[in-house]
Design a protein around this ligand. Structure first.
Ligand code: UDP
Ligand code: MG
Length: 311
């Protein structure tokens, strides 16, 4: 019997991309000896995304949709797809054709060779704006230096996972999963494929600067408590440095020039005030995460779907 490949596509306001990506995948699989299905996860879109997906689902019996009750974000959309896909392997990719389906055959080949996770590494895209490129590089540097996992720059949420990996993922109930890090952390036999990103087919990027900063902070705080240690180290260094100030204070006192210290006092207060706020913020993120996690809410809510098996 042919193996089943499930493809999970998160979509947030991507009405103009749906048909295109489905057609692309269709043509890739026309020459491959696999059964395949596509699961679109509509992440609370406000445009015609769901209507378009439903049209596809009426026409093709291997097109499925999961409709979220509101926007839960890209990572949870992928997670929901994984939770509901029953293929022998599951591939996740973006809706906008920036993750070229053309490399799917190569991914499947590596899977057949025995790799459990085939992830992809994006070659630097010369067309992207300098700001996006350097913020992306900074993102990986930050995650790597502040956490205990090692991500290659350009690792995207474009990957193939074997059934057994997907099953492990089902037991993860993190309120805001950071999938790139989690997959790396899982272990298993992994293989990385490099690819040239394509241009976005239609629409604009749904990752605003705010969402990117959020993802970066999540990437770091989901994987280690190193930043909390940093707080202690920075605090220690600063206290030691401030000791150096004592001889000056004594000198100033004996020479009656102590009033002139006003500027340095203000600078110190502002500097330490800022530092404390940053560190409090970091601690706050961790406390917040614990708070969210202890409430044990479902991570996402499905409003409707045409998938039969929902257990
Ligand atoms: N996406 C989503 N929910 C969101 C934001 C994005 O499901 O809140 C989807 C989006 O539709 C796309 C993928 O995540 O399929 C990646 O988003 P995008 O292409 O905008 O990110 P970029 O490639 O610019 O980093
Ligand atoms: Mg994109």
């Amino acid at each position: 019997m042919r193996k089943l490949v499930s493809i999970v596509i998160p979509a947030y306001n991507e009405a103009d991309n749906i048909r295109n990506i489905f057609t692309n995948i269709h043509s890739v699989f026309s020459t491959l000896p696999y059964n395949w299905e596509v699961i679109f996860v509509d992440d609370g879109s406000k445009d015609e995304t769901l209507v378009t997906v439903k049209e596809l689902a009426n026409k093709y019996n291997n097109a499925y949709f999961l409709e979220f009750s509101k926007n839960f974000g890209h990572q949870l959309a992928v997670k929901a797809g994984l939770d509901n896909a029953y293929g022998d392997c599951v591939i996740s990719l973006d809706c906008d054709a920036q993750h070229p389906p053309e490399i799917i055959p190569e991914m499947l080949q590596k899977w057949e060779e025995g790799f459990d996770i085939v992830y992809t590494i994006r070659e630097e895209d010369k067309r992207l704006s300098k700001a996006k490129r350097s913020s992306s590089n900074l993102f990986y540097k930050l995650v790597n230096s502040l956490s205990d996992i090692e991500l290659e720059a350009g690792t995207a949420d474009f990957r193939l996972m074997d059934r057994k990996v997907v099953n492990v993922f089902r037991n993860f109930h993190e309120t805001e999963p950071f999938l790139r890090g989690l997959t790396k952390w899982l272990g298993f036999k992994q293989y990385g494929i490099r690819y040239e990103p394509a241009e976005r087919f239609a629409g604009t990027s749904k990752y605003s600067f705010k969402k990117m900063v959020r993802l970066a902070l999540h990437g770091v705080t989901s994987f280690s408590i190193k930043p909390l240690y940093t707080a202690v180290y920075v605090g220690l260094i600063m206290s030691l440095l401030s000791l150096l100030y004592i001889p000056y204070v004594v000198y100033a006192f004996y020479n009656h020039i102590e009033v002139s210290g006003w500027a340095s006092i203000i600078i110190t207060i502002v500097f330490f005030g800022g530092l404390q706020l940053i560190m409090l913020g970091i601690i706050g993120i961790y406390v917040g995460k614990m708070f969210m996690q202890t409430k044990n809410r479902p991570n996402y809510i499905i409003r409707s779907t045409n998938l039969k098996d929902q257990s």
